[in-house]
Structures are given as structure tokens and as C-alpha cells.
Design a protein. Sequence first.
Length: 268
Amino acid sequence: MRLYILFVCPIPRVLLKVLYNVSVLPVMGDVTAQAIYLNDCYQKEFESIVQEVNNGKYIVLEQTLFYPTSGGQPNDTGILITEDGHIYKVLAVAKSGNDIVHEVDHDGLKQADKVKGIIDWDRRYKHMRMHTAAHILDAVLYNEAGALCTGNQLGYDKSRIDFALDEFDRDKMEHYIKLANSWVEKKIDVKTYYLPRDEALKIPGIVKLAAIMPPEIKELRIVEIPGIDLQADGGTQVKNTGEIGKIVLLSVENKGKKNRRLYYELAE
């Protein structure tokens, strides 16, 4: 069995045919097998075994909770602790081929070492809130203005969404932010599940997405915010929109012909 995991700019339900940064990943022996965050974004600690060490500081683990930089979402940070108590700070995490690679702050880890990993939960949770907020914002921008998302970058203090739109102004953006916050305030449970390809083909908006996949791809990882957004996604999300807090518009920029940029932050 294989999974089709997309690390993408949030895409409204009716626009799943617009794809960004597509990755096709087999289940075993690759990123999806290592990435236990895909099934539980709220787990903060884990135990694993070092599978590979490169140049002393680049570590591949049997399984990991550390999210690698991908699709506009920054990597997790944290620490790895060995059985004898040595601590290694995880400075960066990235995908490399079929592996998730952790850059640590000093040499010393060896193949087959048992380690305990602890992620920086404050950083992870902020990115989760930013990510789900981006899904809602993107859906509102498309539904209200027909704006297509062309890029995004999540951050701890602020995030941005790039989109294509002929005309826009600050007042309109404030209105869209207000609509997005109305969805946040509904406290909707966010659903994450795996969808068989055949079933995906029956859903309007996913038909184009599923049809272009290679025949051997049998499942999609789906993130659904009922009533507003449904898409294939490989990032970390909150369980309920109420956890986002309040989306606050910081600025809007004109980046050229039809290219717009919106910066936002989250208030508690």
C-alpha cells in the first residue's frame, strides 16, 4: 500500500485540482514510515533508534515526531537524549530522499543508539495553529474573491499567504479576516483521515487530483474542516478551530500583476 502525501499551500475544496509541491511517498522504508507526527500531532515525546549518522551531526531515526521543513511549514526543534543522559539539540529537520534527517548541535550519536526525543511544543503548537488558520483564510479568499493561493510561509510570530487577485484593498482584507474568524469561533473539529483512491474519485473537487495520480497510489491523507475546507495535506493541524485563537491582519502587499501578499498573526 502507498500513501499520497501533499505538502501544499492550503487549497479550497473546489480547487483541489491546483497542486503545489507534490510528493509521492511509499509507506514502508521512507518518510511516511518514519513520520509518526502524521497520526498524532499532539504527541510531544517519543523513543527511537538511530538508523544512520552522516558527518557526525546528521541523524536518521527509525521513527520521529520532528516535522521536517516542507510546504511552507518550518521544522520542529527540540532535543534527543541518549540512554546515558547525553543531550543533543535538534537544530533543523529536513527531508532527504526517503528519509527525515535531523541536524544536531554536536557529534557523538552512533548507529543503533537508543534515544528519547522531545519536541519544542510551544513552537510546534504555534505552527499547528498557524497552519489551520491558513487553511481557513485560503478557503475564505477563494470563496469570497476567487483568489487562488500561490504560496505560503508559516512562522512563529507571523505568517503569510500569497494569492492571485486582480484588485484588493485593506478594507476588503479586513472583511475576509472577519469571515475567517467567524469560522474559527464556530469551534469546528478538524478531521484527519486516510481516503481510498476510489472513494476520493467520487468527491467533487478531488476528482482531478486523484485522477492524475499514478495507478499504484491507493490512499490520500485528508485534512477536513467541515463546511469550509477539504484537502490532501501532510502537515500538522489543531484538533479544533477554536484552538487557533484570533486571526489578526498585519499587512497586505502588492507584489506585482495580480500577485498579492497577506501577513497575519494570532492572538490568544
